[in-house]
Ligand binder design. Structure first.
Ligand code: 4AD
Ligand code: MG
Length: 404
């Protein structure tokens, strides 16, 4: 009988037929004298030879060093994390690492399906730029044919320029931040899903963020094989419930006081202080559900953020916070008035010259508009309960590691 070449995922559909399967030995167990159990892996699934497959012919394609001392056996959960990052090309062959990457692929697809179903156009802004978006402190610079240039922190400014041309737009590009501290949620290079919409209100912006997050989770779980992986990784996963809690920054400051969450120097956070990662996480974990934290003071936010009409000390801005991770999304309404934007540059000490193209948006058909950016690795760390964003991308980049 002629053997049909199949992927392991097609094994069940081919029950009883003579098939040809190619793969890598995932695990090899010897039982008794000469009983060998082989689990094969081909990227589409796992197959246990003897149990699920009886072989009448087999061939070793390539032999790797094996046995109890094999180096690869030591790449387990007990290994030093730095070894795991150094050997990530081998680690990703493991079950949980590869499951995370597989779910990630479906999450990316679901993000795109969400935006496509709402008529957004995907664009691909450049990653080599000469302007900053989120402050000079985290810029990576490089020599661009003798001129100074930077790696993009965010595509936002470019997305804004697309509105009069394409209408609502989104992008998923790599963003770069020179983060000089080691945390569970900071990478030097991360995947940044960003969207920008014209003719919207702040409330509509908040609704879109909520809908994107819940819609993505629903889509991912509606795909059978991916749902299985999600529940293998997080047996008690519960999709978030809408509407998300909306909390104003000023009330978060109050919350921190009431719950005795203090600064390192023992004093309380006051209006105007940036809420760093630790207190933000402490608050989010205590509250235990998604939060849309709104209306941050002008001084702690970027130059482009629109002020609230009922309180010019604060901006129409939002951070979406999730238990276990904290901030996953940052967004805002943007300044649409030319003079206000020029004042924003001045306040932040930004030279407006290289921003002429961004400023032009406020001269030629300026409208109310807003958008947001979502950190893909943080979303995955939240959804799949990973300890760190470093486990949520293929080859993490962070201070001290740019290999493999
Ligand atoms: O809050 P951020 O800095 O906002 C912006 O960049 C806006 N310009 C986006 C926009 O409105 N289009 O970054 C957005 C998100 C954060 O909420 C976080 O999830 C993620 O990007 N992020 C990082 N993820 C991993 N490593 C880092 N170093 C990150 N910095 C930001
Ligand atoms: Mg932010």
């Amino acid at each position: 009988q002629q053997a049909t070449k199949i992927k392991i995922r097609e094994a069940v559909a081919n029950r009883g037929r003579r098939v040809k399967v190619s793969g890598w030995v995932h695990r090899l167990r010897t039982q008794g004298k000469d009983m060998k159990f082989v689990i094969l892996r081909d990227g589409s699934g796992y197959l246990q030879y003897n149990h699920e497959l009886s072989a009448d012919y087999w061939e070793v394609i390539h032999k790797a060093p094996g046995g109890d001392d094999a180096f690869t056996n030591k790449l387990n959960a007990e290994a030093d994390p730095s070894v795991l990052y150094e050997q990530r090309h081998l680690v990703i062959r493991g079950e949980s690492s590869s499951s995370v990457l597989r779910v990630r692929s479906q999450i990316m697809k679901a993000f795109r399906e969400y935006f496509d179903s709402r008529g957004f156009t995907e664009v691909n802004p450049p990653c080599m730029v000469q302007t900053q978006v989120e402050g000079g402190g985290t810029l990576f610079d490089f020599n661009y044919y003798g001129e100074k240039a930077y790696l993009s922190q965010s595509s936002q400014l470019y997305l804004e320029t697309c509105l009069p041309s394409l209408g609502d737009v989104y992008s998923c590009s790599e963003s770069y931040r020179a983060e000089k501290s080691h945390t569970r949620r900071h990478l030097s290079e991360y995947s940044h899903l960003e969207a920008e919409m014209a003719f919207i209100t702040f409330d509509e912006l908040l609704n879109t963020i909520e809908e994107l997050v819940c819609g993505t989770v629903d889509r991912v779980l509606s795909h059978g094989p991916t749902r299985d992986l999600v529940y293998q990784l997080v047996p008690d996963f519960k999709p978030p419930q809408r509407p998300f809690m909306r909390l104003d920054y000023k009330d978060a400051i109050k919350y921190l006081k009431e719950h005795d969450i203090k600064k390192e120097d023992g004093t309380f956070y006051e209006f105007g202080d940036d809420i760093p990662e630790a207190p933000e996480r402490a608050m989010t974990d205590k509250i235990g559900c998604p939060i849309l934290l709104c209306r941050f003071p002008v001084e702690i936010k970027s130059f482009y953020m629109k002020r609230c009409s009922d309180d010019p000390r604060v901006t129409e801005s939002v951070d979406m916070l999730m238990p276990g991770v904290g901030e996953i999304v940052g967004g805002s309404m943007r300044i649409s008035d030319l003079d206000e934007l020029l004042a924003g540059y001045k306040r932040e000490g930004i030279n407006p010259e290289p921003y002429y193209w961004y400023t032009d948006q406020r001269k030629y058909g300026s409208t109310e508009h807003g958008g947001f950016g979502l950190g893909v690795e943080r979303f995955i760390a939240w959804m799949l309960h990973r300890d760190t964003v470093k486990e949520c991308c293929l080859y993490p980049r962070f201070m001290g590691r740019c290999l493999p």
